[in-house]
Write a protein of this length. Structure first.
Length: 261
């Protein structure tokens, strides 16, 4: 433990920012609780934390005097998934625990991690398109179908990036992008008939890049580990996104007159 215990308000502000950043980056609730508790214990404090879909509420308590406590609440900023941030913040929590770092040093390293530039949006766009085309091949789509899915994903994911940059409602974003991707795939594979022997695979896999896999996994982990409130809210949100994807795909099928895949 550090020789000079930092003020409880300093610790509380740091831990709350830490928890919000981890949740915003896309980790599950138990990992947030463990990392934050690890840092708090290194300064001689304990925490009680409640995590909602958009809010973190935390009470920091002096381990030797329960009358010394501080409760604070902060909103979780909606950010894109970032596994690098999760990994670096988790590693920082261990460095604090093992090395007894000071609050200014922790804050400096924390700021450096959260302000690290993300991967180029164009690189992400290309990688997502290639990954979705690979999914098409995985589901036995031919190479023409892969090309169709590649182009559909490029256009739809670009639209998603632009809409998210303009802070559009995420459910609307999923409906629009699902519609665009499936409409492009449906037009090229069915209406224009450009030569693919697996048009159903092209249409069906064109929207897979939208599937909320990480929220679903986190929801299940939270439910299994007893964080029922956080897990349930995440599951509901993921199911709403799946419904939005289905709405966009159904609209394309209706317009194109495709009654089955």
């Amino acid at each position: 433990m550090t020789s000079t215990r930092p003020h409880i308000h300093e610790v509380s502000d740091l831990l709350l920012d830490f928890a919000v950043s981890l949740m915003g980056a896309g980790t599950h609730t138990s990992r947030v609780a463990r990392n934050v508790s690890r840092i708090a214990s290194s300064f001689g404090y304990g925490i009680d934390i409640i995590i909602f879909q958009k809010t973190v509420m935390m009470t920091v308590t002096h381990l030797e005097d329960n009358n010394v406590r501080h409760t604070s609440v902060k909103k979780i900023k909606p950010t894109a998934l970032n596994f690098s941030t999760i990994s670096e913040l988790s590693r920082l929590s261990w460095e604090v625990y093992d090395g007894h770092l000071s609050i200014p040093e922790i804050r400096s390293r924390y700021n450096r991690i959260v302000n690290t530039p993300r991967m180029s949006r164009w690189a992400v766009l290309g990688l997502v398109a290639c990954a979705n085309a690979a999914f098409c091949r995985l589901f036995t789509g031919d190479f023409v179908a892969m090309g169709i899915v590649l182009v559909a994903t490029l256009i739809a994911f670009y639209v998603r990036q632009e809409m998210m940059n303009r802070h559009a409602n995420h459910l609307v974003v999923f409906v629009v992008c699902s519609f665009i991707a499936s409409m492009i795939a449906g037009l090229t594979a069915f209406t224009w008939n450009i030569g693919t022997t697996t048009p159903q695979i092209a249409l069906g896999t064109s929207v897979l890049f939208l599937i909320p896999g990480v929220p679903l996994i986190n929801a299940i982990i939270d439910l299994l580990e007893g964080f029922v409130l956080a897990g349930t809210s995440r599951m509901i949100n993921a199911c709403m996104l799946i419904v939005a994807i289905a709405m966009g795909l159904s609209l394309s099928l209706l317009i194109l007159g495709i009654d089955k895949l």
